[in-house]
Design a protein around this ligand. Structure first.
Ligand code: NAD
Length: 421
């Protein structure tokens, strides 16, 4: 999980982008701090009759471009700094994709696996009781994140409706389909990354029969494996928190998905012909064309970046490559498709869910895919163009792209020159 200086680290990427575009310094000043971070103690009745309290936060980082948008994570290591860093990334991500949102994030410091199902429901509802004043379809719209899921979003939407006295599905996204969720939300993050790679393949020097290594085999990792394998690419290595496996001729993706559906580790594939065990570090160093970090933050850092042998890294996870690793990878000529673009398919389909809730009209899956593809390709191409024009990395280009949009919105209220002149 992220520690205190991560927000400072994240902000270095903003400063780097600001060196390449003429931006009023007041814009950077505004984006340096979260607008509003609310902290609460949730007191929850446990099954044994006792009451237990949990620290919780909701951060609305910047709302210049619209209501704040971002997930809620339940994690024992959650901190206010982490929440603010993640909310900052959401601000940039929504701007890269031109979604009419600012960035937000929330968290509860809890190990959800230590709670019963009823305790988890009470905790989720009490989160909304604490933060209902901050939330709203035109103010702040949460979604799932690490260790929260669609059922939790359904409980939260229900609690919000009880408080407001009317159903308000657009207050939260990632809901079950039966409660106003959108088709296509489940694989949206991976699908967005897949559309991006496919669209930029020629520029990236990627072609048919790519070798793909995937770190983390949860929602994002499994769906990218499925999409890539369906296109005839080879998944040569995958990992989860319990280990990693490789097979240079390609792993059996259907078997891997079945193993995960049974709650087992990818290492259950060991013993199949040609499948070898790998360490966490060996996975990063896999000989492949595309490396997909889809687990946690900071997995590729100054220590292991030199071992990377992929041509391209697709960041489906948030913050998997540290700024130090970025410098090493840039020098090595490895292209990193950055998180704020590469994994933005998730928030884009969340946006579609919000629009559908407000319209009261639900789109077929083909429409969701077509619209997601259009946006990923449009913004991906623009980021690539900026990278080429300015001779910067794709990450810096994505930040320049986001910053330019944010600056336009902030400056539309008047700049220093306007008021002084
Ligand atoms: P998930 O919980 O479904 O999966 C995470 C996977 O990472 C699990 O397979 C877990 O075993 C594995 N893992 C944990 N520690 C590991 C380690 N040390 N080495 C290898 N694997 C490890 O989560 P997810 O929804 O797939 O999210 C993964 C990442 O993608 C996170 O950074 C998340 O913020 C980001 N992301 C997800 C979405 C989405 O829509 N799911 C959207 C945007 C960003």
């Amino acid at each position: 999980m992220l520690d205190g200086n991560l927000l400072d680290e994240a902000l270095t990427r903003l400063d780097e982008a600001a060196r390449h575009v003429p931006i009023d310094p007041d814009v950077i000043e505004q984006l340096r701090y979260a607008r509003e971070t609310t902290k609460a103690r949730l007191v929850v009745r446990m099954d044994d009759g006792s009451r237990k309290s949990f620290l919780a936060w909701r951060c609305r980082y910047d709302d210049t471009r619209g209501p704040t948008k971002g997930g809620i994570r339940f994690h024992p290591d959650a901190t206010d700094q982490e929440v603010e860093t993640l909310a900052f990334w959401m601000t940039m991500k929504c701007a890269v994709m031109d979604l009419p949102y600012g960035g937000g994030k929330g968290a509860v410091r809890v190990d959800p696996r230590s709670l019963s199902r009823s305790e988890l429901e009470r905790l989720s509802r009490s989160y909304v009781q604490a933060f209902a004043k901050v939330m709203g379809p035109d103010r702040d719209i949460p979604a799932p994140d690490v260790y929260t899921n669609s059922m939790i979003m359904g409980w939260m939407a229900d609690e919000y409706a009880t408080i407001r006295g009317e159903p308000t599905p657009a207050v939260i996204t990632g809901k079950p389909i039966a409660l106003g969720g959108s088709l296509g939300r489940d694989d949206a993050t991976a699908r967005g990354g897949y559309y991006l790679v496919r669209h930029l393949a020629d520029d990236l020097g990627l072609g048919a029969g790519m070798r793909v290594a995937i770190q983390g085999f949860g929602n994002a990792g499994q769906f990218i494996a499925k999409l890539m394998a369906a296109d005839g690419h080879r998944i040569v290595a995958v990992s989860d928190s319990r280990g990693a496996v490789a097979r240079p001729q390609g792993l059996d993706v259907d078997r891997l998905l079945a193993i995960k559906a049974e709650g087992r580790s990818v290492t259950a594939l060991l013993g199949d012909p040609g499948v070898q065990p790998l360490s966490e570090q060996e996975l990063v160093a896999t000989e492949c064309d595309l490396l997909v970090p889809a687990a946690l933050e900071d997995m590729i850092d100054g220590r292991n970046a030199r071992s990377v042998r992929a041509k391209v890294i697709l960041e489906l996870a948030n913050g998997p490559v540290t700024p130090e690793a970025d410098r090493v990878l840039n020098a090595m000529g490895v292209t990193v498709l950055p998180d704020i673009l590469a994994n933005a398919g998730g928030v884009t389909v969340s946006y579609f869910e919000w629009v559908q809730n407000r319209q009261g009209y639900y789109w077929p899956l083909e429409d969701i895919h077509a619209r997601l593809k259009t946006i990923m390709e449009r913004e991906g191409a623009r980021v690539w163009e900026i990278a080429r024009e300015k001779g910067v990395s794709a990450r810096t280009a994505a930040y320049i792209h986001a910053l330019s949009r944010l600056a336009k919105a902030i400056e539309a209220h008047g700049t220093r020159e306007y008021f002084a002149g």
